[in-house]
Design a binder for this molecule. Structure first.
Ligand SMILES: [Zn+2]
Length: 716
């Protein structure tokens, strides 16, 4: 039997072979600074005297380091990097874990025992390259350039060690904004291996933890566990279930699904199997619900290496070792997005769910997942009738492995139907009276249910190019039922053949803008209106529209826009929002439109969308300073709670805290809704005025002004 052979692409493979020191930094000399602009920056950051001494100090250190390096020639790079935390290392999220919104987790999340303030040490010699402060994302983030050529990122920090902390604060006060992005010149803040860098926190994140990333010098995130950071791990990955996905144009399982999940049982250490034999009669791909753990009871995370053999031929292999950002959306080809949307983010495919596509061949190859063809049984090569043995191997970075064995019997289409699991070829009979009771969109096509008495029969249709859509029996069915759907106010279209497409419904009130190549493969897209309520204090400004399918692998986000009714609220007060059907909460996704009566935004999937009006200003409560009170502390912290009903806050310009017109630095924990603002210089004794201004994305403002007094503390 012919089977696809893997073609390993080495471009992004980084085996541990640090045989030589990578690109030693040149000794720092004034002429090595790129230009005067940088000098200017340093001057601002440090003051001139500090710069001079810092530069001299660096030069000396580097020269000393470089001499033995050059003398010794190739230097062995340490195989093991020290962890940035000195506490026991426990992971709360792994490299390559599925993240909703179409991306991989690019690093590791280290637990900090529920605490903030754990010391974070440098794993390498290098220098601080960048500091980025934002209320969301990585919160307080530190980027280090190591002498090994790699970039190390630390996210969600609570504060930095000196002199960095003062440097950042000085810059925040200079710019009078919290969210600054400092790019520091090489070696202006040198760092030694083991040096205290910062303190862990929960800025920009839910719950305290430390996010770390290791990237190549070209910003490609690497799997830290495979690039220097080691753990004691003797636990092999586990298998949770096996999925079979039918991949031809017409087949369904008897229950009307394209996928079927089978339970697996553990039969020994690292040994799993699916009991019995399954009969199949259409091409299929396999997917494995599998997880890795670093310790018993530890958090489940992505399996490092997953491979599939059928009858001892390698069909598919993927290694989560380097994940360039450009291929982030491949996450939905690597994982099963439908399962992820339903709460299981650990179902991995061992096949390509879409037809070969040149651009994405390359992307898949670079993540290591590509094997020529679709890695599906019966698609790349003719299926062989008879019994077969499939074996899925899951391996962690440290070589612990588990194997799942699965036997299947491949029969001719239309053969025996007496077996437990089988697929049903949907031969549509146009002559019968069809009673189509419902339909749904799956990731690869349209499923229609026909009811005859108590029985249901399902039909599956892949999208066809417009020219071929209405030919044959499927075409007759589609023509009749799609026409029916359109009459009911549901616009169902097949899209994705090269050109982009706008789907506009309700006389242009709602438009879906699909750029060319937005989907990996042609797709059915349906738009319909749906009855839902607005949010608290945020009424609907338009009808609500449902875009289906909700879970579909997409190469990029698509844009959508809603027209605001004449005489109603304008752009700014109204924004495009997405409805979370589980939590029943509306989320503001955009108000960026050049047009005065259109609100637009982007989405990485279907869902329910509408324009909502936000006229409710944010609330400022629980202010710690009280009007008319006297305080002895000349640098009082200003603390209060800040909440918004819908549009929430931007990173810049949303919170302004001033005393007598002087700017205070506002730290803001978005999740907790807590603001702590601090002064740069102490206040004089006497009366002062505090003014807080908060502005949401819709431009609604709240203000609070109080007068208070700083008094000398009475001597006892
Ligand atoms: Zn993380």
């Amino acid at each position: 039997m012919a089977a696809a052979k893997p073609t390993q692409n080495l471009k992004y493979n980084f085996p541990i072979s640090f045989g030589k020191f990578i690109t030693p930094q040149k000794p720092i000399h004034k002429k090595n600074w790129p230009d005067n602009r940088y000098l200017h920056t340093i001057r601002e950051l440090f003051g001139m005297d500090t710069v001079a001494s810092a530069m001299i100090a660096v030069s000396t250190k580097l020269l000393i380091r470089l001499i033995p390096l050059l003398a010794a020639g190739a230097m062995a790079y340490p195989q093991t990097l020290p962890w940035p935390l000195k506490t026991d290392i426990d992971l709360s999220s792994g490299y390559g874990d599925y993240r909703s919104g179409g991306r991989f987790h690019a690093g590791l999340d280290l637990r900090t025992g529920g605490q903030i303030g754990e010391k974070v040490y440098s794993p390498v010699d290098g220098y601080v390259w960048r500091i980025r402060m934002s209320y969301g994302g990585y919160g307080k983030g530190l980027y280090l350039k190591g002498r090994d050529g790699h970039i190390y990122v630390f996210g969600h920090l609570s504060r930095f060690n000196e002199p960095l902390q003062s440097t950042v604060i000085r810059e925040q006060f200079r710019q009078e904004r919290y969210s600054v992005d400092l790019q520091l010149p090489a070696d202006s803040i040198p760092v030694k291996l083991g040096q205290l860098l910062a303190f862990s926190g929960q800025t920009g994140a839910g719950g305290p933890h430390l996010h770390i990333e290791e990237r190549t010098q070209d910003n490609v995130p690497l799997n830290p566990l495979n690039h220097g950071f080691r753990l004691e791990d003797n636990i092999p990955p586990t298998f949770e279930r096996l999925g079979v996905h039918l991949l031809d144009d017409r087949s369904l399982f008897a229950d009307g699904h394209r996928k079927m999940y089978l339970p697996v049982s553990k039969v020994g250490t690292g040994k799993y199997q699916v009991t019995g034999s399954i009969t199949l009669n259409a091409p299929f791909g396999l997917q494995a619900g599998c997880a890795d753990q670093m310790r018993a009871g530890g958090r489940k995370q992505a399996v490092f290496k997953l491979s599939l053999h059928i009858d001892d031929s390698l069909y598919y292999e993927s290694t989560l070792d380097s994940l360039p950002y450009e291929i982030g959306s491949v996450v939905d080809l690597v994982y099963d997005r439908t399962e992820a949307a339903n709460g299981d983010q650990r179902v991995r495919r061992t096949y390509r769910p879409v037809a070969p596509n040149q651009v994405w061949d390359q992307a898949l190859a670079s993540y290591g997942g590509e094997v020529s063809g679709r890695c599906a049984y019966g698609l790349d090569a003719p299926p062989v009738i008879g019994e077969h043995r499939a074996e899925i191997t899951a391996e962690d970075v440290f070589g612990n492995r588990s194997v799942l064995v699965f036997r299947f019997n491949y029969v001719e289409a239309g053969a025996s139907r007496s077996l437990t699991h089988q697929c049903d070829y949907a031969a549509y009979d146009d002559s019968s009276e069809n009673n189509i009771s419902d339909w749904r969109l799956e990731e690869d096509g349209l499923v229609i249910r026909e009811k005859t008495g108590k029985n249901s029969r399902y039909y599956f249709f892949r999208p066809q190019p417009p020219a071929q859509a209405y030919q044959g029996d499927a075409g007759r069915l589609l023509r009749r039922h799609i026409a029916g759907l359109t009459e009911q106010g549901i616009d169902l279209q097949a899209v994705g053949w090269g050109r982009g497409r706008h789907i506009s419904v309700d006389s242009g009130a709602f438009t879906l803008i699909l750029p060319p190549g937005v989907f990996f493969d042609p797709q059915f897209v349906a738009v319909s209106t749906v009855a839902v309520q607005g949010g608290p204090g945020a009424p609907l400004a338009s009808k609500a529209y449902r875009v289906q399918p909700e879970a579909v692998a997409m190469r990029e986000k698509f844009r959508l826009s809603v027209k605001l009714p004449a005489g109603g609220p304008r752009v700014g007060k109204a924004g495009l929002c997405c409805y979370d059907q589980e939590t029943r909460v509306w989320e503001w996704i955009g108000d960026d439109s050049g047009d005065s009566d259109l609100v637009s935004g982007s989405s990485s999937g279907g869902g329910v969308f509408a324009a909502l009006i936000d006229t409710t200003p944010p609330t400022i409560t629980g202010l710690n300073l009280r009007p008319g009170h006297k305080y002895p502390d000349r640098k009082p912290e200003v603390k209060f709670r800040l909440r918004d009903n819908l549009s929430s806050f931007n990173d810049t310009g949303s919170i302004d805290v001033r005393i007598d017109g002087r700017w205070l630095l506002p730290e803001f924990d978005m999740e907790e809704g807590r603001v702590v603002a601090t002064l740069r210089e102490p206040l004089d004794f006497g009366p002062h005025e505090l003014k807080i201004t908060a502005k949401d994305r819709a431009g609604n403002r709240s203000e609070k002004t109080i007068a208070f007094e700083i008094v000398r503390q009475k001597k006892k």
